[in-house]
Design a protein around this ligand. Structure first.
Ligand code: ZN
Length: 134
């Protein structure tokens, strides 16, 4: 599990190179893993005057649009330098979006160079304890 997470974080870091973010210069990469082990990658994409699409939602939309509905974890990194891969957690919009498609124990990982294992780990219900539900 530890090595798998590290590989996801490294791939997320590589995904930062595809970010289209000329307005904020903040580059985010994400790697979503399904319960069957399939990976879907994402990077953030911004447009002038329009809400940016975050890396996490890009990865989810790619997976959802191919019929995936069972998700295990997502790895996210972000930084002002492409490929630097600093700690970055999903924004509020992404937390709500993801919560509709995952279980409470879905894991979110981001890098942490201070931690011995090299990453931080959160459960979905820690990141969004009172998500909107109909
Ligand atoms: Zn977001």
């Amino acid at each position: 599990m530890m090595d798998d997470v590290k590989q996801d974080l490294e791939l997320a870091q590589k995904m930062q190179s595809y970010s289209y973010e000329p307005y904020s210069d903040f580059y985010v990469g994400a790697v979503l893993t399904t319960k069957s082990g399939k990976k879907y990658t994402g990077c953030n994409i911004a447009n002038h005057g329009i809400q940016a699409i975050c890396a996490e939602r890009v990865a989810f939309v790619k997976a959802l649009s191919e019929g995936e509905r069972e998700f295990e974890r997502i790895a996210v990194v972000g930084s002002n330098v492409r490929g630097q891969g600093e700690a970055c957690l999903p924004c509020g919009y992404c937390r709500q979006f993801m919560s509709e498609f995952v279980e409470a124990n879905f894991k979110v990982f981001t890098v942490d160079h201070q931690e011995e294992k090299g990453y931080q780990e959160y459960k979905m219900d820690e990141l969004l304890p009172f998500g909107f539900e109909l």
